[in-house]
Design a protein around this ligand. Structure first.
Ligand SMILES: [Zn+2]
Ligand SMILES: [Zn+2]
Length: 330
């Protein structure tokens, strides 16, 4: 259970809301960071970039070039654990307990086609980049499955991660953000689908096993929204994140999906802020040119609900730093 809490000042002081439009002078120079970045795109290899599981240094450097162009200095890589071949034994066949055969079969073949990366090589490549002096963080995007989370945490413990972000992409065998399984919203009922997603995400936030919630309301990714936002589910999630000591990312990735808005929504982010849950800034890039994309918009959203700080991580220890100015200065 979450006993880790947050570093000061969030633990001891209430964050101060700043008036809209007011700028804050920065006395500490903090390096802006994109904390959610992948080195390989999803889907079959197209010949663009290195083959799956290969991590040449020029590919990694290309991410930094894009990050710099977008106003970010630091890059935190967060490969998907489930896409790494080494994760097969520890993750197991999480889809098998689902009573729905169509969902099970799709997920089984989807995971088989996506599991083409190497955790060992990925970690080594990022550590090597760090040794070369690049401002890089070693992260990982870990899917949350209640039945194996303890084993997953134990499996990851020997690796030198700076931070772990965690996601709910699957509710049982249902890949909630996959176009191929979008029909499931209607079959299940929209409110029920949202409740099932948020129940898992809330357990994840409360678990205290991970440092950051990735795309906290990714259930909306396909553009499926409820008639009114589920503020009750938002509140429970924010409380759980505060109790679990789990930060949340402000991600621009949703702007490029049918949802056409950032994760989390403004209403959800407000609740995280009210419960003093720290934030990271994230693009969820899967190709170099998207690294650091639209970070100014993420910073503007965070500032609009009151944030003046973000959290950075080194070897799983969080540190609050000033949130840099938003889009006007990027
Ligand atoms: Zn994700
Ligand atoms: Zn991701």
């Amino acid at each position: 259970m979450g006993t880790r809490g947050f570093p000061v000042p969030y633990g001891d002081e209430k964050p101060v809301r700043i008036a809209a439009g007011r700028t804050q002078s920065m006395t500490t120079l903090a390096v802006m960071g994109d904390y959610h970045v992948h080195l390989h795109p999803h889907g079959p290899y197209t010949g663009k970039g290195p083959p799956p599981g290969q991590y040449p240094i020029d590919h990694i450097e290309a991410y930094f070039e894009a990050a710099h162009a977008n106003g970010a200095e630091e890059v935190g890589f967060t490969e998907h654990l489930y896409r790494c071949i080494e994760s097969k034994p520890v993750l197991g066949k999480w889809w098998m307990d689902d009573p729905r055969k169509d969902l099970r079969e799709f997920t089984k073949s989807y995971v088989r086609s996506e599991r083409v990366l190497s955790l060992e090589r990925y970690v080594q490549a990022v550590v090597d980049a760090k040794d070369r002096g690049l401002p890089v963080k070693l992260g990982l995007e870990v899917d949350f499955f209640p039945q194996n989370v303890e084993a997953v945490v134990e499996f990851l413990a020997p690796y030198p991660f700076d931070y772990l972000i965690a996601s709910t992409h699957w509710v049982g065998a249902w890949g909630i953000d996959l176009e191929e399984q979008e029909y499931e919203f209607e079959r299940r009922g929209y409110r029920t689908a949202y409740e099932e997603y948020f129940a898992l995400e809330t357990d994840l936030a409360r678990s205290g096993h991970f440092d950051v919630l990735a795309h906290a309301d990714v259930v909306k990714k396909r553009g499926v929204f409820l008639d009114s936002e589920p503020l009750d589910l938002y509140e429970e999630l924010a409380v759980a994140a505060a109790r679990g000591g789990t930060a949340v990312e402000v991600s621009t990735a949703g702007l490029y999906q049918p949802a056409a808005e950032m994760y989390p929504s403004e209403s959800l982010l407000e609740r995280f802020f009210n419960h003093r849950v720290p934030i990271t800034i994230a693009s969820d890039a899967h190709v170099p040119e998207h690294c650091g994309r639209d970070m100014g918009k993420a910073i503007d959203l965070a500032r609009s609900v009151g944030y003046t700080q973000r959290i950075e991580f080194t070897k799983r220890v969080g540190n609050l730093v000033p949130l840099e100015p938003g889009s006007s200065s990027l």
